[in-house]
Design a protein around this ligand. Structure first.
Ligand SMILES: C[S@@+](CC[C@H](N)C(=O)[O-])C[C@H]1O[C@@H](n2cnc3c(N)ncnc32)[C@H](O)[C@@H]1O
Length: 224
């Protein structure tokens, strides 16, 4: 097992960038309804807020926030994902994009009172969850509001599960349209686990779990 089980994520997403957004257009009414619920909840939650969006990818969710948020700074490690985000016709006075690491958010300039991390939590190694949450919360500040969404485990979807001996993480085997093959760290959580992880960091925690996705909202409280 590599020292950092998530070390190949930037390379994987750089290969996946051109096909990434097709996932959000899947012709499945349950998925579409849950995606719409996520959009609706985010829009309300971030109204008038200065949002730091971690692992923003192609800016798919960013585009829905922009009308209600005061501004959004999207950061991602992949230049290819960010190139697609930058190509979106979003107002530059409200949206900025930056290549940065989710574990080094102190390097991101700006003032924030909200944080978004969609479809990122599943890619954080279990041993780094505390490090990620501490850095994320420190950067947006106590009393900031947070929204995160990610996948529920659905058998048969998202590639074959691969177990790596000695790892607490789960992995998926994936093949992309360009023929490249990857083993990708992808952890899944149920409502109880999410509550156990997030309760010490949060006030007013709300956890929603659908058939395809989970989403959480909370306010950051001082470090536990
Ligand atoms: C599943 S995608 C989510 C993209 C977007 N938030 C969405 O929901 O459509 C995961 C993203 O994490 C980014 N990523 C991987 N490692 C990262 C890191 N260390 N720091 C910041 N972004 C990272 C990838 O480039 C990719 O864009």
């Amino acid at each position: 097992m590599p020292t950092d089980p998530a070390a190949n994520l930037p390379e994987y997403y750089s290969h996946r960038a051109p096909e990434y957004e097709a996932m959000w257009r899947r012709n499945d009414p349950v998925r579409q309804a849950e995606q719409a619920a996520i959009v609706g909840a985010m829009r309300t939650w971030f109204r008038g807020r200065r949002v730091l969006e971690v692992a923003c990818g192609t800016g798919y969710w960013t585009q829905f926030l922009v009308p209600s948020a005061e501004r959004v700074c999207g950061i991602d490690v992949s230049a290819q994902m960010l190139a697609l985000a930058r190509a979106k016709p979003l107002p530059p006075e409200k949206v900025t994009w930056l290549q940065a690491d989710a574990y080094s958010l102190s390097a991101v300039p700006g003032q924030f009172d909200a944080g978004l991390a969609n479809f990122w939590f599943s890619h954080v190694p279990r041993t780094r969850l505390g490090e990620f949450l501490a850095g994320f919360h420190r950067r947006i500040g106590a009393a900031a509001v947070v929204f995160m969404a990610d996948n529920v485990f659905v058998p048969g979807l998202g590639g074959e599960c691969v177990t790596v001996p000695g790892s607490q993480d789960t992995f998926k085997r994936r093949e992309l349209a360009d023929g490249s093959k990857h083993i990708v760290l992808k952890n899944y959580y149920d409502a109880d686990r999410l509550r156990r992880i997030l309760e010490p960091w949060s006030a007013a925690l709300s956890v929603r779990v659908g058939q395809c996705f989970w989403w959480v909202q909370y306010q950051v409280r001082e470090s536990p």
